[in-house]
Ligand binder design. Sequence first.
Ligand SMILES: [Zn+2]
Length: 146
Amino acid sequence: MAEFIEHGQWIYEVEYRLAFGYIHPHGHPGTGFSFLCDEHGQIIEIGPYARYNLHLAISNFIDGKMTMGIETYEYRHRQPSVIRCECGATVELWDVDCNDCDQCGRMFNGSGQQVNGSWASMPEWYDQEAIDTERMESVMYGGTSW
Ligand SMILES: [Zn+2]
């Protein structure tokens, strides 16, 4: 079993947006603007075009054409387990079945168990398989026998 450097976990993130939505008949329902902000509605970062849209949205809100509120979005994403391969490289275990080491080609399942040899051991394997296949074909199709 490979050495675990990090165990996989879920990462949770929260994002807030100051959202303005058009009130019918001033615009199509469901359309409007939203701006990245903190939990208090304070805009975090804004470029010149977004700043123009923010002024437009605020004036539309003041004129009663738009709603305004803070929307909360919660995200989660998976951070994979990371193991140390026998060759010394690190391997991220994204896949349940197969995660290969970029350095040596060993493959590991999602639990960090190695499921093959290294590249160094594979050419012999392939060659033996090719030889066996040739031998089998020569027997099956009446070629020269070995
Ligand atoms: Zn390796």
